[in-house]
Structures are given as structure tokens and as C-alpha cells.
Design a protein around this ligand. Structure first.
Ligand code: 5GP
Length: 204
């Protein structure tokens, strides 16, 4: 049975990650997005169960108590988490799963070493461009923009912890690079259908 692969993708808010992920997911079959839980309020156009599972702080804390999260973190004053249920079934179906999570969540997964994953960091060309994009979205209050910018500067320092770094200056080039990384990871020799290392499959 083929078990899917995990791709952990992090970026400062405003780096263009959501646009990039949507583009690549429309292009590459068998790639799905893990739907996180969050205590943040939905933005206009966001749908519960599609963009996130929007829950109250009480519900989120109760999920933590029940041990339902693979990882969770406080990001920009809201809680965000990946539930084990959100990804287990997809991986078992052989789908590759993208975890769009912050640098703290990615560090937890690296530390836990429970699941093999490819870690990709998406960076804006610089912080001035990050601010321009964040303001251009028009979805956050000035206070929230300032918080996301401060956090963005800290998040950029974690880039070296990732296996791949994509600088999103040109969206077409960045999307091409992200798709290439995903396809190259899929083609790794040990990712054969049985999940066994190649030597075991070929020589035993
Ligand atoms: P936004 O509020 O803009 O949708 O997301 C804010 C940040 O939360 C982003 O950096 C995003 O990657 C992160 N995030 C979304 N879901 C999760 C999650 O399940 N776990 C963690 N640790 N971060 C998440």
C-alpha cells in the first residue's frame, strides 16, 4: 500500500503562500491540503470546514486535553492546530498532504520525528514587500498588520531550519519551483509503492 507523503510549508503572513499552494494543488493530482482548526474568526469568503475548522477557544482547549492534535501553536494571538484525524485518513489513502503551518508547528514536528515530512519555507523578497502585500490584502486591522509584521521578522529567522527555501519574488517562478520540489520528492527511490526501501524490494 502506498502511504502519502507530508509537505510542511511555512511562510510569514503575506509571503504569498496561500496563492502558491492553490496554484500548485490545482496542477498536481493526488495532493490535498490539511484543514487545520483555529480559534481565529473567519475572514470574508472563508468557509468552515473548507479553509479551517473554526472553533471556540473552549473547544480548542478541550481538543488539546483529548490529545487530538499532532501539533498546535499560538500564532498572532490565535490558536491553530493540525488534528491527527485531519491527515491520517488522507495519508492512508496514498494522498500527499500539505500542512500549511507556522514555524513553531513545523519545529514541533521536526522535534517529534513521528512522521517523515519535507519542510519548505516560502519567503518574501524582503520585509518591505511583505508589508506591501499584507496591506494590499486589506483583511486585517492596523494593529493585526503590525503584529503579523513583527512576527514575520522573527519567522524569517527560522528559514534555515527548512530543507527548501523558495523566495517568492515572481509568482510563476515560485509556483514552478514548489511544484518541482513536490514532484522530485515523489520520485525519490525509497518512495516505492510498498513503502519498503528499494534494496528490500529489489533484492529480497
Ligand atoms: P492565517 O490566520 O493567515 O490563516 O494563518 C496564520 C498562520 O497560522 C500562518 O502562518 C499559518 O501557516 C498558520 N497555521 C495555520 N494552520 C496551522 C496549524 O494547524 N498549526 C500551526 N502551527 N500553524 C498554523
Amino acid at each position: 500500500m502506498t502511504v502519502g507523503r507530508l509537505f510542511v510549508v511555512s511562510a510569514p503572513s503575506g509571503a504569498g503562500k496561500t496563492t502558491l499552494l492553490k496554484r500548485v494543488m490545482a496542477e498536481i493530482p493526488g495532493l490535498v491540503f490539511s484543514i487545520s482548526h483555529t480559534t481565529r474568526s473567519p475572514r470574508p469568503g472563508e468557509q468552515d470546514g473548507v479553509d479551517y475548522h473554526f472553533v471556540s477557544r473552549g473547544e480548542f482547549l478541550s481538543m488539546i486535553d483529548q490529545g487530538l492534535f499532532l501539533e498546535y501553536a499560538d500564532v498572532h494571538d490565535n490558536l491553530y492546530g493540525t488534528s491527527i484525524g485531519a491527515i491520517g485518513a488522507q495519508l492512508e489513502e496514498g494522498l500527499d498532504v500539505i500542512l500549511d503551518i507556522d514555524v513553531q508547528g513545523a519545529a514541533i514536528l521536526r522535534w517529534k520525528k513521528q512522521l517523515e515530512a519535507t519542510h519548505i519555507f516560502i519567503s518574501p523578497p524582503n520585509l518591505t514587500e511583505l508589508e506591501r502585500r499584507l496591506r494590499g490584502r486589506g483583511t486585517e486591522s492596523e494593529e493585526k498588520i503590525q503584529l503579523r509584521l513583527r512576527n514575520g521578522a522573527v519567522e524569517m529567522r527560522a528559514a534555515s531550519e527548512y530543507e527548501y527555501l523558495i523566495i517568492n519574488e515572481n509568482i510563476d517562478e515560485a509556483a514552478h519551483l514548489l511544484a518541482s520540489i513536490i514532484l522530485a520528492e515523489r520520485a525519490r527511490a525509497h518512495r516505492l509503492p510498498s513503502g519498503k526501501p528499494i534494496s528490500k524490494r529489489v533484492f529480497t
